[in-house]
Design a protein around this ligand. Structure first.
Ligand code: F6P
Length: 324
C-alpha cells in the first residue's frame, strides 16, 4: 500500500432495505477500480464505535447483487447518540486511516454522518430505506421492492377476502411516512389509503364510501393503513361495526423489508454507489447522493436536513377518485 493510497469505509445502518447489497458492491468495486483501499464496517455505527472494521476486496461482494438484507449487517446504535460514542467512532476512523466514509441508510444514518462530518470525518450518504422518506432524494433504495412485496401479499389476501366477502385492513410499514401505503394502495386498488400526511373523515371517506360501493355490487374491500397512522386493529373493528361487513386485519411487518431487490432497486443502488465513489475521487465530501428527475446527483449534508419531503397529494386524490 502506498502512503498516498486513499482508504475509505462503507457501512449500512438503520433498517435494512433490499438493494443495500447492490450499493455495497458498487462502492467496493468502483472504489477498488479507482485504486482505493476499501474497508467494510460491520453493524453500522456500532462497528465504527467498536472498531469492527475489515478490508474488502473484489470478491467480498461477489454473488450479493440479488440478495436482500445487507452483508455488512446493520443496527440502530444508541451508543452513537452520546458524545462519547461519536468520539470513539471518530478515533477509529483516524486509527484505520479512513479518508472518507460511505454511509448507507435513512435520515437517522445521515444524522450520524453529519455528526462525524462536523468532527472532520468526510462522509458520503446513500439513501437506503424502504420508507422512501429521505427529504433530499426523490427515491431511496428498497422502496420499489417493498411496494412490490406489499402488492404480492395483498393480492393473496384479496383471494380470501373475495371468497368470504370481507373487508381486509392491511397495515404496511412507514414509520412517519405514507409513501409505501400510497403507492401500494394505488396498485392494489384499495378503497381507502390512510397515511399520516393526510387527514381523512372516517364516516365520509370510509364508511359511506364502502356502503355506496357495496350497493353497486362489490362484495370485498381492501383498506391500506400506513404504520405511522396507528390504531389499525380498532379501525378494523369500527369498519365492521359501522358497515356490517366482516373485517380482518393483516399487519405485514418485517416481511416487507426482505426479498430479492427489483431491477429498479439494483440499478439505482449501483448508480448511487458509483456516484459516492465518483464524489470521493474528486475530493468532495459531506454530501448525500440523491435521485432527482431520473438523474443521480448530490446535495450538501447540512442543506439536506433543511429540506422537507413533499407528499404527492395529487397522486393521493387520483387513487381516491378511481377506487369507487
Ligand atoms: O425505517 C424502515 C422501517 O422498516 C420502518 O418502516 C419501520 O417503522 C421501522 O423500520 C421498523 O424498525 P425495526 O426493524 O427496528 O423494528
Amino acid at each position: 500500500m502506498s502512503d498516498k493510497q486513499i482508504t475509505i469505509g462503507v457501512l449500512t445502518s438503520g433498517g435494512d432495505a433490499p438493494g443495500m447489497n447492490a450499493a455495497i458492491r458498487a462502492v467496493v468495486r468502483a472504489g477498488i477500480g479507482k485504486g482505493f483501499r476499501v474497508m467494510g464496517v460491520y453493524r453500522g455505527y456500532n462497528g465504527l464505535v467498536n472498531g469492527d472494521i475489515f478490508e474488502m476486496n473484489l470478491r467480498s461482494v461477489s454473488g450479493i447483487i440479488h440478495k436482500g438484507g445487507t452483508v455488512l449487517y446493520t443496527a440502530r446504535c444508541p451508543e452513537f447518540m452520546a458524545e462519547e460514542g461519536v468520539q470513539k467512532a471518530v478515533d477509529n476512523c483516524k486509527g484505520f486511516n479512513l479518508n472518507a466514509l460511505v454511509t448507507i441508510g435513512g435520515e437517522g444514518t445521515f444524522c450520524g454522518a453529519r455528526e462525524l462530518s462536523r468532527r472532520g470525518v468526510s462522509c458520503i450518504g446513500i439513501p437506503g430505506t424502504i420508507d422512501n422518506d429521505v427529504a433530499s432524494s426523490e427515491y431511496t433504495i428498497g422502496f420499489d421492492t417493498a411496494v412490490n412485496t406489499v402488492i404480492d401479499m395483498v393480492d393473496r389476501l384479496r383471494d380470501t377476502s373475495e371468497s368470504h366477502q370481507r373487508c381486509s385492513v392491511v397495515e404496511v410499514m412507514g414509520r412517519r411516512a405514507g409513501h409505501i401505503a400510497l403507492m401500494a394502495g394505488t396498485a392494489v386498488g384499495a378503497v381507502a389509503v390512510l397515511v399520516p400526511e393526510i387527514d381523512i373523515n372516517f364516516e365520509r371517506d370510509i364508511v359511506k364510501k364502502i356502503k355506496r360501493i357495496k350497493e353497486t355490487g362489490r362484495q370485498h374491500f381492501i383498506v391500506l393503513v400506513s404504520e405511522g397512522v396507528g390504531g389499525t386493529e380498532s379501525l378494523a373493528r369500527s369498519i365492521e361495526m359501522r358497515t356490517g361487513i366482516e373485517t380482518r386485519t393483516a399487519i405485514l411487518g418485517h416481511v416487507q423489508r426482505g426479498g430479492s431487490p427489483t431491477a429498479f432497486d439494483r440499478s439505482i443502488a449501483t448508480r448511487m454507489g458509483y456516484k459516492a465513489i465518483d464524489l470521493i475521487s474528486r475530493g468532495i465530501g459531506n454530501e448525500i447522493v440523491v435521485y432527482k428527475g431520473s438523474k443521480i446527483s448530490s446535495v450538501d449534508i447540512e442543506r439536506a436536513f433543511e429540506l422537507k419531503k413533499p407528499f404527492d397529494k395529487e397522486f393521493y386524490k387520483i387513487n381516491s377518485s378511481v377506487s369507487i
